[in-house]
Design a protein around this ligand. Structure first.
Ligand SMILES: Cc1ncc(COP(=O)(O)O)c(C=O)c1O
Length: 472
């Protein structure tokens, strides 16, 4: 496969007919770690981060990596070292981002249902759930770590909760209001987040009243607006429409005497799952920079929250064929990876290119596509080990003839692979390997069964007060 930089990840591709991550054979890795295994290329992570940063450099946009796309500590650490802040949506992700080395002021915290405990930990390290464990992960100073740089507020009730807790703790909070711009991101209905019918954000019309109510508030400072309209957003127009909604809102806020100075545009920047599927980051930037550059000159800080665009094509999932079954209607290739390792095909009907790691020379695909124009392909369903009919990675897909124990590569699995993995049917989470140059490092061990069973090892009777016992 050619290493066309628009469609192919820097770092993961076929070299002399064998799949490699940077300089290392993925077969050699998979033989050592076992399968399924996610393999990430550090070179590809650096290249995709840098490409996005450069595209939006005219806005001096600050990139906050969406931890949810691939939360591995070592991936987060690499991106933090590149200068990226972190975008988190739970108390767990918050602790990861901090453990990975991100300073708290470089963390933005979104999420629709923040609990009191999560808000406390985001404001004051004494309430971190890692308070007794941080040292084991090589990070000290949890107590004095300070508050997150920004809360992205999803509802008025949440703002009240944050204000009350920050007052109680005596720790001021900075916040953006997440606006629901009622713009269709033209993506799968489950990943559209900017329509009125979606649970995310607050309607633009409500926002001026909220700025008014919190003007001069002693514990919460509203500094701007956050939007995230979907993931992935495969067209540019929805971003343009969104920015127009926000600029009109900024005009209204300014007319009322407020000074919004942060615009967090969220994530959703798409990648190619098949050749030529998505516009490049530069094309998004070309449409968005002219809309925002004057405001940036006037002091507006633009934030982006990319996840998929950094990680999807920086990672590949390697699975081993366990059995082939020729049914009357279909041929099934049964693998050890399924929805427990990559749920996107089943959940969103998402396409992932799948191909043997060592195909015959005449079957090397020129590009990722659903139906490559190559000889001797056999149509099959690529399915996993899970007891669900919906457990598939691909359906009706022409593939080279494969045999038991062959390795298959599931491409573009670096984002929303391991982060959406589950223990369903008691499968441990796969190992994760990072390749940097010619060095391959296991950055997460395969989850052993003992770790799955740990929380069930002992039992504990609940104690009730007398009143609660009577109520029962
Ligand atoms: C608030 C927020 N920011 C950023 C992202 C990252 O999106 P992507 O990985 O498509 O860049 C998401 C993903 O759903 C999100 O919910």
């Amino acid at each position: 496969m050619s290493k066309d930089k628009d469609s192919q990840p820097a770092g993961i591709g076929y070299v002399d007919g064998r799949l490699q991550a940077d300089g290392v054979s993925v077969e050699a890795i998979a033989e050592q770690t076992g399968t399924p295994v996610y393999i990430y290329s550090a070179a590809a992570i650096r290249a995709s981060y840098e490409r996005l940063r450069r595209a939006f450099a005219p806005l001096d946009a600050k990139l906050h990596y969406a931890v949810k796309s691939c939360p591995n500590l070592h991936v987060c650490r690499l991106i933090s070292e590149l200068g990226g802040g972190m975008d988190v949506v739970s108390g767990g992700e918050l602790e990861r981002a901090w453990l990975a080395g991100a300073p708290m002021e470089e963390i933005v915290f979104a999420g629709v249902a923040k609990t009191e405990a999560e808000v406390r930990a985001a404001l004051d390290g004494r309430f971190s759930s890692l308070v007794r464990h941080a040292g084991r992960f090589g990070r000290e100073g949890v107590h004095g770590r300070g508050p997150v740089g920004l809360f992205n507020i999803e509802s008025e009730s949440e703002l009240e909760r944050i204000a009350a807790i920050s007052e109680q703790l005596g720790v001021p909070a900075r916040a953006c209001i997440r606006v629901n711009p009622d713009v269709d991101a033209k993506t799968h209905e489950y990943t559209t987040t900017g329509l009125e019918e979606n649970k995310f954000g607050i309607y633009a019309e409500r926002v001026p009243a909220m700025f008014e109510a919190y003007d001069g508030h002693p514990s919460v400072e509203l500094v701007g607006v956050h939007v995230h309209i979907g993931s992935p957003v495969p067209q540019i127009d929805p971003y343009v429409d969104t920015v127009r909604v926000i600029l009109a809102l900024f005009d209204r806020l300014e007319a009322a005497g407020h000074r919004p100075r942060v615009l967090d545009l969220g994530g959703g920047w798409p990648v190619d799952y098949y050749h030529g599927e998505s516009p490049a980051p530069e094309e998004y930037a070309a449409r968005l920079v002219p809309l925002l550059e004057e405001r940036v000159r006037g002091g507006l800080q633009v934030v982006l929250e990319p996840g998929r665009s950094i990680m999807a094509n920086s990672g590949v999932l390697i699975t081993r064929v366990q059995h082939i079954k020729q049914g009357r209607q279909k041929r099934f290739v049964m693998c050890d990876a399924g929805i427990q390792t990559l749920i996107r095909p089943a959940f969103y009907r998402a396409f992932h290119f799948i191909w043997p790691v060592a195909p015959e020379p005449h079957q090397l695909p020129e590009a990722w596509m659903e139906r490559p124009d190559l000889p001797d392909l056999v149509e099959c369903d690529v399915v996993g080990p899970i007891c669900e009919t919906g457990d598939f990675l691909a359906r009706g897909r022409p593939l080279p003839e494969v045999a038991q124990n062959d390795f298959l590569a599931v491409f573009s699995a670096g984002a929303y692979g391991v982060s959406m993995a589950s223990n369903y049917n008691d499968h441990g989470r796969p190992a994760e390997v990072m390749v940097d140059g010619d060095v391959a490092t296991v950055v997460a061990e395969r989850q052993p069964l003992a770790s799955l069973l740990e929380t069930e090892r002992t039992t504990r009777k609940l104690e009730f007060s007398q009143a609660a016992s009577v109520a029962r």
